[in-house]
Structures are given as structure tokens and as C-alpha cells.
Design a protein around this ligand. Structure first.
Ligand code: SF4
Ligand code: SF4
Length: 57
């Protein structure tokens, strides 16, 4: 499963988008993941200060 954003929790800080190696995240009002690009690497999960992103097996 591609990375999933908890839109209620996301503050749109942009940290996840900066660390995503494949530029799969765009941030406007909230972060959005392009499921076609996401490789499920987990880098964004580590970066998010609010634990708003998760990657499930
Ligand atoms: S899991 Fe990796 S590839 Fe997918 S959105 Fe997060 S940083 Fe990008
Ligand atoms: S790092 Fe977390 S809070 Fe910041 S934009 Fe990404 S999902 Fe939202």
C-alpha cells in the first residue's frame, strides 16, 4: 500500500515532500501522495513530526 496521509493531522509542513526520493508527495492544504509513484520506502513516515503518514504492508 502506498503511504497514507491522515488529513486531519497533517499541518502541511512539507517535510515529507522534501525527503521523498521519488517526489511522490505534493503539499497544498494537506500532503497528498501519488500512489503511482510511491515505492513504500517509509522515508516520509520517519520525517513527519506529527505521525500523520503511515505505510502499511
Ligand atoms: S513511502 Fe517513500 S516513496 Fe512513498 S511517499 Fe513516502 S517517502 Fe515517498
Ligand atoms: S511531514 Fe507530516 S505534517 Fe508535514 S506535510 Fe508531511 S504529512 Fe503533513
Amino acid at each position: 500500500m502506498p503511504a497514507k496521509i491522515d488529513e486531519e493531522t497533517c499541518s502541511a509542513c512539507g517535510g515529507c515532500a522534501e525527503v521523498c526520493p521519488v517526489d511522490a508527495i505534493s503539499v497544498e492544504d494537506v500532503a497528498k501522495v501519488d500512489a503511482e509513484l510511491c515505492t513504500e520506502c517509509g522515508a516520509c513516515v520517519e520525517e513527519c513530526p506529527l505521525e500523520a503518514i503511515s505505510v502499511e504492508e
